[in-house]
Design a protein around this ligand. Structure first.
Ligand code: ATP
Ligand code: MG
Length: 414
């Protein structure tokens, strides 16, 4: 894409009330725009990142055999009354329709997915099933001060699984843990992410959160120094916890953000909706469920909190908006302009996603913008290197002169 055609611009002027680093960098770089507290537009660069995150999640969910659906955000009150959550869930946005019927904006989708699957599950032969969606959630969050880490409207992948018994749910739960690790590895935050025991609410003893360590985090976690299991402070009765895994009493205490959450719902929602199946003996039995979430915007914001330096964002290669940033330093110089056009063509032919800075701006501005936007590989065409291109990786200091083939090899290898 030509940067001269990109309708967004980088900006220095951001609202003083935007205190969080993720929102500051993403706004300055032209990735998101704030409409109101906790409500953001994804601009072209930001949407490219979100789509890449979404596709990584999709691949891992599909590999588990889960099927993608898209459920409505507008949900009738009656469904929420079945589970009691119309009155219980304090973050629920409620609306009135013309016909004096009331609706909720989906904060989560158990109230839709359980009756939905009830139309398709009859016997043990229909189980297990897992369905997921990537969809907009609405929550009237009290504190929406963490930029895109805590939105009032945000994208979530939520997967719901349906099982004949607790054992089958338990096995699926372990499989999904593994696929979450793959997702966090692919988006570049695995090393800072800890499997964390959290409260299970009324449904089970514990749930598990995936907590990524960053000072921007809203949670406090205790990381066991011996086995690296972590425990959310919210479930710790005493200040000297003992690790339930290895009995060690030594912990690192860190701030962290919950990027994902996995829950054994057991029969909490199948009960009220009477979601049952016939087993092999023809007996009716209740279905066991799990639910498994990951916030896409929150994941993008978490990556930004972790991957940055004083000049801007440093995107991990798998989720960068583009693979390469081609910068024409002197657009007036006909020969180097022609060289840059040729490189742009050749990279596209090699299936490399390139942002081509062909704008009529000073070299200083272009290089600064390049660092702020944070694309992994910067290619500078200046007309003085006789066919070679100045290559700098965003995360490294070193500048190298390489030819086109070497550059393609470098980018494909990242
Ligand atoms: P939190 O404890 O942070 O309020 P939660 O426990 O209510 O989150 P879930 O309902 O389990 O979150 O949602 C699944 C995932 O959705 C979370 O792990 C997180 O990644 C994301 N998420 C939840 N709330 C928000 C929000 N307000 N803004 C952005 N992402 C969110
Ligand atoms: Mg939580």
């Amino acid at each position: 894409m030509r940067q001269s055609r990109l309708f967004t611009k980088t900006t220095k002027n951001i609202s003083a009330e935007e205190k969080s680093l993720n929102a500051q960098l993403l706004t300055r770089g032209g990735f998101v725009d704030k409409l109101a507290a906790g409500i953001y537009t994804h601009l072209p660069l930001g949407l490219r990142v979100i789509n890449k995150i979404g596709n990584i999640i999709r691949e891992e969910m599909n590999a588990l055999g889960a099927q993608e659906i898209l459920m409505p955000a507008l949900q009738p009150k009656a469904n929420w009354q079945v589970t009691g959550r119309w009155d219980e869930l304090d973050v629920l946005f409620k609306l009135k329709g013309d016909d004096s019927k009331e609706y909720a904006l989906g904060a989560t989708h158990e109230e839709v997915v359980v009756p939905l699957l009830g139309k398709f599950i009859f016997s043990y032969k229909d189980l297990p099933i897992s369905v997921y969606q990537i969809q907009t959630k609405f929550r009237n969050e009290k504190r929406a001060k963490s930029g895109i880490l805590r939105g009032r409207q945000f994208l979530m992948k939520d997967l719901y699984s349906f099982h004949a018994d607790e054992k089958d749910l338990g096995e699926f739960y372990e499989k999904i843990k593994e696929s979450y690790w793959k997702i966090f590895e692919r988006v570049g935050i695995k090393e800072k992410t800890y499997l964390t025991l959290a409260s299970g609410g009324t449904f089970s003893k514990y749930s598990h959160e995936f907590q990524t360590v960053t000072d921007a985090g809203e949670d406090t976690i205790y990381i066991c120094k011996k086995c690296h299991l972590s425990i959310n402070k919210e479930i710790l009765a005493d200040i000297n916890p003992v690790c339930p895994e290895c009995q060690s009493e030594e912990f690192d205490v860190k701030k962290a953000i919950e990027v994902g959450n996995i829950f054994k719902l057991n029969t909490r929602f199948s009960g009220p909706f009477n979601l049952r199946f016939k087993d092999a003996d023809g007996k009716e039995k209740i279905i066991f469920m799990g639910c498994f979430g990951i916030g896409l915007d929150r994941l993008m914001g978490t990556v930004v909190e972790i991957c940055n330096d004083e000049n801007g964002i440093v995107w991990p290669a798998n989720i960068a908006p583009f693979q390469a940033h081609l910068i024409l330093l002197k657009p007036d110089d006909k020969e180097s302009a022609k060289e840059a056009e040729n490189i742009y063509d050749a990279l596209q032919k090699a299936d490399i996603e390139v942002l081509f800075d062909d704008r009529n701006l000073s070299a200083g501005i272009k290089l600064k913008d390049g660092d702020l936007i944070g694309i992994p590989v910067r290619l500078v065409v200046s007309g003085r290197n006789k066919g070679k291109i100045e290559v700098k990786e965003r995360a490294k200091e070193e500048v190298r002169l390489l030819n086109l083939n070497e550059i393609i090899e470098l980018i494909k290898g990242l």
